[in-house]
Design a protein around this ligand. Structure first.
Ligand code: ZN
Length: 411
């Protein structure tokens, strides 16, 4: 089995579409939210529960799995899906973002407001940088044990082939809104050169690893907030072919100014080949997902839903709140009366408040199930609304009620 993307419906008047990504491990109905299991686990939740809550695929991280347990271990295990007992498609990101973000100390989320961000929001205070970029690749120090490592486009492809996810991303240099324009240009040229090397190595490995399921490779569009750079990247990578190999799809990455998200994404998606899927990297706040879908993105991933769940923050149709707040001590309603998840159909806010206050492990499990279901279902509802022809109404209805707007990508 190989890889394909079928578009079922294209919205007139916008870039939105509904389709199916077919992978060797099964289909993904798009638009879709892909929950993140960074180290081959969605923290605190069993794969069966992720399946039950409607997750169609999971995204893991090449950088983390390379350091521990080692990508060769996943190869021996039969690939990422088998290793973690996940009965469906998987993605891995290339490690570029982690190598660089842990290296220079970016905050974990790059989506931020360009109007208000401060230098401290982007670059951490530690002067001992853990990563150094050159034209060949990145040398970095493991955040686990301080050992030195080197990632090049070829190494990233070798690592991702060993991990065996259905969809992989090309190794790119990820910048922040803080970087200067000349640096953004330099990083983009490097990302383009690395894209060619990724395609060549991917082709070589695909031919060498006979009998393995086909792994699709997505190119990553960088260019920060600059229209000309984003369009240049989309034009160049969209049509790039090296030795007969082109990208199977695209990721939109890098620094995304939240206030300009729709504009930036539309610059790119108006240019990228329509017949290939597009993934918006690291975006998962409810209001941002609407923007991504209506501007032509097919899949999304974000750690936010599970990360905030572990701190007692939950999404509901009325907005986001914290279950550890004392006002929930005797509140016997479900987290969200309109939610159909396991947590909401079996537990109350009062119980959730109790387990969070008591620091019980089950608090993370139950809250994560709810948040992941909320976001997965929200994007599923967008897909259905596109098919039913009432996306605009559905969006207005949701955003009219959902009150928590600012700062939520910054956790
Ligand atoms: Zn729920």
């Amino acid at each position: 089995m190989s890889f394909s993307f079928d578009i079922k419906h294209s919205e007139s008047g916008s870039l939105a579409r509904v389709g199916t990504i077919n992978t060797p491990h099964g289909p993904i109905q798009t638009p879709a939210f892909i929950p993140v299991g960074t180290k081959a686990t969605v923290k605190s939740v069993l794969p069966e529960a992720m399946k039950d809550l409607g997750s169609q695929a999971l995204l893991s991280n090449a950088y983390h799995l390379y350091l521990q347990p080692g990508s060769d271990v996943l190869d021996e295990a039969g690939g990422l899906a088998t290793f973690m007992n996940w009965p469906g498609p998987t993605f891995t990101d290339s490690g570029g973002f982690q190598v660089l973000s842990l290296g220079v100390g970016f905050k974990k989320v790059l989506a931020m407001d360009a109007q208000t961000f401060r230098r401290d929001d982007v670059i951490a205070g530690n002067k001992d940088r853990l990563a150094h970029v050159d034209d060949e690749g990145v040398t970095f120090k493991s955040h686990l044990d301080g050992s030195m490592h080197r990632f090049t486009p070829e190494v990233s492809m070798q690592v991702q082939h060993q991990i065996g996810a259905d969809i992989m991303f090309a190794f790119d240099e990820c910048t922040t809104l803080h970087n200067t324009r000349p640096y953004q240009e330099l990083a983009m040229d490097r990302t383009y050169a690395w894209a060619i090397r990724c395609l060549d190595e991917h082709k070589r490995l695909t031919e060498e690893r006979i009998g393995k399921p086909y792994q699709a490779l997505f190119g990553v569009i960088q260019g920060a907030q600059y229209e000309d750079l984003r369009k240049k990247a989309a034009t160049e990578l969209g049509t790039l072919e090296s030795n007969g190999q082109s990208f199977d799809g695209f990721g939109i990455g890098g620094a995304l100014d939240k206030g300009q998200l729709g504009t930036i994404v539309s610059w790119v998606n108006e240019i990228l080949p329509e017949e290939k899927p597009r993934h918006l990297l690291g975006i998962g706040a409810p209001e941002d997902l609407f923007v991504g879908v209506e501007n032509g993105c097919d899949t999304f991933d974000c750690v936010l839903a599970s990360r905030i769940a572990r701190t007692s923050a939950v999404y509901t149709m009325e907005g986001r709140f914290n279950l550890s707040n004392s006002r929930f001590k005797r509140d016997f309603a479900p987290i969200d009366p309109e939610c159909d998840c396991y947590t909401c159909t079996h537990y109350t806010r009062a119980y959730m408040h109790h387990v969070f206050r008591g620091k019980e492990i089950i608090s993370a499990t139950l809250a994560t199930i709810h948040n992941e279901r909320f976001i997965v279902r929200l994007v599923d509802q967008m897909r259905q609304a596109l098919l039913d022809g009432n996306f605009a109404d559905m969006k207005a209805d949701f955003l009219g009620r959902y009150t928590h707007r600012s700062g939520q990508s910054r956790d």
